[in-house]
Design a protein. Sequence first.
Length: 268
Amino acid sequence: MIEIESNKQAWGKISEEHYHHFKALLSDDDLHLNYYIQEELGDISGKEIIHLQCNTGADTLILAKTAKSVVGVDLVPDNIFFANKLAGDLNFKNVKFIEADIMTLSKVHGEKYDIVFTSEGVLGWLPDLNVWANTIRSLLKDNGYLYVFDSHPFFLSFDESKLDKEVFEIKYPYFSKIPSVDSSIGGYACEPKDGVKSYFWMHTVSDIINSLTRAGLHIEYFNEHAENFYDSGNMQASSSKKGLYAYSCNRDKYPMSFSLKASAYPAK
């Protein structure tokens, strides 16, 4: 798929910078899962986890501090190279990384896990949530569960550059099935790189929930939050919820992120 290949090339441009950024934070014990993830994910001690779209593995390693084992998956070769380097640099023994596209992962990986974890800027890079959901079901043990934390689709439809001025202008149509195209990549862990082409798909709330229920998963909760996990410009860090941001002028006016838990119950 041309769009996926273009995204792979784009993300590869910033893999090394992500590695250096996250290594510094992890070395200083200054990188943590955000407030909602910590509150909702639950006790993961003794759990076998697979982390989808793991980038260069920083959150994979945070999970591995408590879990029995964690497998990180990403389609970008340089991300996997630097994820392995990061794990080696910091002496993690209970993690491994797999280079694979989520859309075809079930064809090349047959292990099952207690938890499938994916978070913070993931769903929009996937062209088909039905394939994603079926892949997740194939990865889960009976009574295992999926945990997702991501930007809310409603928030993603706005022009972020105008929200701090209380201008609510739709830039990305909520129901569009055509991916938006950007000519730069990055910006949250390194300076944006121009001259690349990346594609991002809009998925509605119903797309997310329906794909999971069609795959046979049971939605335990779908929580909406008034903060997001990145500063998109002139936002304030939450004083009480670590790792989250919001516009002071628009606080509590609309959802900015969501979290979801979906369980795989044994067939009756």
